[in-house]
Ligand binder design. Structure first.
Ligand code: PLP
Length: 389
């Protein structure tokens, strides 16, 4: 047996692996488990995108190594998409990096920009892969609490002065995983000012960019004046087009950050399989009806879930974006993990304990809208029988 590197040992434990083990045990006992804990889209990739991939895979020119740094046609499609959808102009040659999904980019950015000991501002609660990137870069995290009283937006004024002075990079993510919060124009403007004043590079994780409710379309961070001078946005096809298994996304924005990302990737990969890039370009350039339908589906599930939980007496708030609801743990439970274990055991309903997303996630559980309305209602029915509220 060979030992793992010290670096690998410093990586955060995969918190949800623990949950999966517990869930599997209950499944093996033959119970019908309703899993609201995961973030895996349940709908298939739209057929026009699958067909574009099938056509492309038959083209022998795509069987070779893809060009380093991605296909020009995809980079141009990304520029067209951003201008059409957000009115943001992107230079396809200098302001786009093709990624193996958003996760890869989020983990790569700290490694291509930071030196050991550098400070990164990270949202808490937040998507755990931010932590992995920071650890791999041997950098240090300073948490930005996302509190309900601030609509789950960081309060820059409350951060330690010392940490802000030392910070070189920060992550923000709206629509937000896990809280379901969305950002305001004013918040993005404040972020640009804060980053400019303190010389911090902003990485906006726009994984749920397409998913906003109540007729409110989430803003791209790059729509904010000055954003491209201080940061990048990371987009993925996983959620918008149900392409989580395809592993493709992109980063756009500040050319120096994009160049660093591309340079790191030159050493790691060649590029995403060209037929996948062709399908991704097709997704961006086609009418976006499939996206509108998907958002309506999630909105309708959100309404069903929130109504059903309120009906059983659970005081829950509706998310304004993403496909997650962030629900308070009833006061009789000591922790989010205790509550999650209890629901799993007694109701065979899986929810993700909030402390898996950071210290400030304690007191909440995350529930996904990734199953049918009937199953969401059935989950509420089962929880009702526990008489918790
Ligand atoms: N960012 C957030 C907040 C996410 O929740 C996810 C996926 O769950 C990602 C990024 C990464 O998505 P992918 O690597 O599939 O593009």
């Amino acid at each position: 047996i060979f030992e793992q590197s010290q670096l690998l040992n410093t990586l955060p434990k995969q918190f949800f692996a623990n949950l999966v083990t517990k869930v599997n045990k209950i499944v093996e006992q033959g119970h019908d488990v309703i899993n609201l804990g995961q973030g895996n889209p349940d709908q298939p990739t739209p057929s026009h995108i699958v067909e574009a991939m099938q056509k492309a895979v038959e083209n022998p020119k795509f069987h070779k190594y893809s060009p380093f740094r991605g296909q020009q046609f995809l980079k141009e499609a990304i520029a067209t998409f951003y201008e059409r959808e957000y009115g943001v102009k992107i230079d396809a040659n200098t302001e786009v990096a093709i990624l193996f999904g958003g996760k890869a980019g989020l983990v790569e950015v700290p490694q291509c920009m930071l030196n050991p000991g550098d400070v990164v501002l990270v949202p808490d609660p937040g998507y755990p892969d931010y932590w992995s990137g920071v650890e791999l870069a041997r950098a240090k995290m300073e948490m930005m609490p996302l509190l309900s009283e601030n609509q789950f937006l960081p309060d820059y004024k409350s951060l330690s002065k010392d940490a802000v002075e030392k910070a070189k990079l920060m992550f923000i993510n709206y629509p937000n995983n896990p809280t379901g919060a969305t950002a305001t124009k004013e918040f993005f403007e404040e972020t640009v000012d804060f980053a400019q004043e303190n010389d911090i590079c902003v990485v906006h994780d726009f994984a749920y960019g397409a998913i906003g409710f109540d007729g409110k379309r989430p803003m791209s961070f790059l729509q904010t004046e000055g954003a491209k001078e201080i940061g990048i946005e990371i987009y993925t096809f996983s959620k918008t087009y149900n392409m989580a298994g395809w592993r493709i996304g992109f980063a756009i924005g500040n050319p120096s950050v994009i160049e660093s990302l591309n340079l790191l990737q030159d050493h790691l990969y060649v590029s995403v399989f060209s037929a996948i890039q062709a399908a991704a370009a097709h997704a961006l350039l086609s009418p976006q009806t499939c996206v509108d339908e998907l958002v309506s589906l999630y909105e309708s599930r959100r309404n069903v879930l929130i109504d059903a939980f309120r009906d059983i007496g659970w005081d829950v708030k509706a998310p304004s974006g993403s496909f997650f609801a962030w629900l308070p743990v009833p006061s009789q439970f000591k922790s989010s993990e205790d509550f999650s274990d209890y629901l799993l055991e007694k109701a065979h309903v899986v929810v993700a304990p909030g402390n898996g997303f950071g210290e400030f996630g304690e007191g909440y559980v995350r529930v996904g809208l990734l199953t049918s309305e009937e199953r969401l209602q059935e989950a509420a029915k089962r929880i009702k029988t526990l008489k918790l509220f």
